[in-house]
Ligand binder design. Structure first.
Ligand SMILES: [Zn+2]
Length: 109
């Protein structure tokens, strides 16, 4: 990292600049990082949620929700969205597959 006052290179975790003696404002660096994280979104989870709401696109919803869940596991972003998308698309998968199986099952023949 660099001193905000004199711009010289500092050791990570330095509290006071060894070149100019200025106090290094760690809080500012941390909040910037947090802002960057907040502005990042889990696109996979969003897509999974959208597709999960559309019964005939449940398969896409399932795929994107799983990808979103993996992304959320790594980045801790959009975990809730990914879980909701996965639940919704799983629900539609079960409903549609059950309907298809019942429709083609020999009982109705
Ligand atoms: Zn300095």
């Amino acid at each position: 990292m660099f001193c905000q006052h004199c711009g010289k290179n500092l050791d990570d975790g330095a509290v006071i600049c060894v070149h100019c003696g200025a106090i290094v404002d760690e809080a500012e660096l941390v909040s910037e990082e947090a802002q960057q994280k907040e502005s990042q979104t889990n696109a996979y989870a969003s897509l999974g949620l959208i597709f999960g709401c559309i019964p005939f696109l449940f398969f896409l919803g399932l795929i994107y929700s799983i990808r979103g869940l993996l992304f959320a596991k790594r980045t801790k972003i959009g975990m809730k969205k990914a879980v909701v998308g996965l639940v919704l698309s799983s629900f539609f998968t079960v409903v549609i597959l059950t309907t298809v199986v019942l429709f083609f099952s020999p009982i109705y023949l």
